[in-house]
Design a protein around this ligand. Structure first.
Ligand code: ADP
Ligand code: G6P
Length: 484
């Protein structure tokens, strides 16, 4: 069966719809984060099934009927895996968010390696695999997403369920020095080898994985060249590839050109009195480098006082993992920093930092992207970073500048035309901003045209097709090297 016709079953921890309790009852909201942004248009476009957790662990809630309306509008089936509060605590907050998330982002000192988290992670992975076995058949392509569910192929095989499986890691894969700190390193690597295809965001991530695999399984041999290769373990083989994820370019770019969005863009510029706008947009997460970014803006104003009154920094942060103490502390730290910078520089008629802590409707976010002169995307480490790509797609005037962390996966593809910075180097970022604020129109346009071409060409549909082709085709042909 050709990969275009095969039924696609996406399995991720989080469904594209999340349930949130409000004063009036339960509300169905779009899920937050890059995984959902990227995959929602794919399933909408080709149909299929999405299996995941609803975001609630209330046993009295009729999740399926709450999500029925979302599912029928979206045009694909949703199946929820119910999780108890104890499971959410151990598997999601614990193993996923206190171990794998910090470790894979090179922040090992934030890890809490509790054995209880590991056991709960295995139990919940088993539960997910049972649901996958029940809701799918042997013709389906089962596409597992992200670090919460690395044991899916392992458990499906141990149940004797034969399925074609692919796994895509949305976050970075660390070097052996860091990965080897994981107490369950061998079991995690071994579980990943049970998939037919394992995909990473960049060639560097793929290389890191191969290096860890060879350290733990010295018999492993790579065969082939290019973006997708075969890993030979002696008694069996599986594929490895680099597939940089992307966005629905047309959706963003067309939205930016709608008259009502153009009106919103104009209103934003007018409200900020047509001063230069530097924009940050992130989930509020300690990997995103938001405090460092605010300090860089403070450095800019200190070192180039002529910019006072002529530039605004707008930071839009969507609430994320609010139950976790470190995320609460980060929020406080950011709010204090914003207060400090505004306290230092504001004067009547000008407040330098505008900080928004909430989820924005799609059209408003697009209007902010369109209005911004510079997108300041400075994660300390990031799998890809879709905000960088969304900014380019929305910059229909072609006048904007992307200042991008060299440690974002997106830097591999966009390095020629983005202005790359080290997110820890506050003086370096201030200098980069100063320089970009003074670029002439021709220079800005030339770089933005190339950036937009790159995101348009390598969009989310290209990503899906290249992953599924590598996952399903019998031979590995036509997989050119991707940018590293
Ligand atoms: P991550 O996957 O770590 O969250 P990405 O940059 O890849 O990082 O994806 C973040 C996604 O969240 C983007 O699609 C972005 O548009 C969305 N997003 C970020 N901030 C907001 C916000 N305040 N309101 C709505 N969406 C947001
Ligand atoms: C990143 C991860 C996703 C995750 C998202 C939001 O994009 O790669 O797997 O869904 O962040 O985080 P959350 O913990 O709210 O699902």
């Amino acid at each position: 069966m050709a990969f275009q016709q095969q039924r696609l079953v996406v399995v991720s921890n989080r469904l594209p719809a999340a349930l949130k309790k409000t004063d009036d009852g339960w509300e169905v909201k779009a899920g937050a984060g890059g995984l959902v942004t990227a995959l929602a248009p794919v399933l909408k476009n080709r149909g299929g099934v999405w299996i995941g957790w609803s975001g609630s662990s209330d046993p009295n809630l009729d999740v399926d009927s709450l999500l029925a309306d979302f599912s029928s509008k979206a045009g694909y089936d949703l199946y929820t895996v119910p999780l108890t509060p104890e499971e959410v605590d151990g598997y999601y907050f614990g193993f996923s968010n206190e171990i794998i998330w910090p470790l894979f982002h090179d922040l090992q000192s934030r890890c809490r390696f509790h054995p209880r988290y590991w056991r709960m992670y295995l139990d919940v992975n088993f539960k997910f695999a049972e649901m996958v076995a029940r809701k799918t058949n042997s013709d389906d392509y089962i596409w597992i997403q992200d670090y919460h569910l690395m044991h899916q192929a392992f458990f499906l095989k141990s149940m004797g369920v034969k399925r074609r499986t692919g796994f895509f890691l949305h976050i970075p894969f660390p070097t052996p020095d860091i990965f080897m700190k994981l107490p369950w390193r061998w079991k995690v690597i071994q579980a990943l080898t049970e998939f037919d295809l394992v995909g990473f965001q960049t060639m560097q991530d793929r290389r890191n994985f191969s290096a860890c695999l060879r350290r733990l399984m010295p018999e492993a041999r790579v065969q082939g060249r290019g973006a997708v290769v075969t890993m030979d373990l002696g008694n069996r083989q599986f594929r490895l590839g680099a597939f940089p994820i992307s966005i629905d370019y047309n959706q963003f770019s067309e939205m930016a050109e709608r008259p009502e969005v153009e009106q919103q863009t104009f209103s934003i510029k007018e409200a900020l009195r047509h001063r230069k706008i530097i924009l940050g947009v992130d989930r509020l997460d300690y990997t995103k480098g938001i405090p460092e970014r605010i300090r860089s803006f403070q450095t800019l104003l200190r070192q180039f006082p002529e910019l006072k009154g002529n530039v605004n920094f707008v930071q839009i942060a969507v609430p994320s993992r609010e139950e976790v103490d470190e995320y609460k502390e980060l929020r406080t730290e950011i709010e204090q920093l914003v207060g400090r910078v505004n306290g230092e520089f504001s004067f009547p008629g000008w407040v330098p930092v505008h900080y928004h802590y909430r989820s924005f409707p799609h059209d408003e976010l697009v209007a902010y992207y369109s209005a911004a002169d510079i997108a300041l995307v400075t994660p300390l480490k990031d799998g890809m970073n879709l905000v960088a790509k969304e900014y380019c797609a929305c910059n229909t005037s072609g006048d904007g500048v992307l200042v991008l962390s060299e440690f974002a996966g997106a830097a591999a593809q966009l390095q020629k035309d983005a202005y790359l910075v080290n997110p820890y180097d506050m003086e370096g970022i201030a200098k980069a901003l100063h320089r970009c604020l003074h670029w002439d129109r021709e220079e800005r346009r030339s770089h933005m045209t190339h950036l937009r071409d790159q995101v348009r060409k390598n969009n989310i549909y290209w990503w899906v097709d290249s992953f599924l082709q590598a996952g399903i085709s019998k031979t590995l042909v036509d997989f050119p090297e991707v940018d590293t």
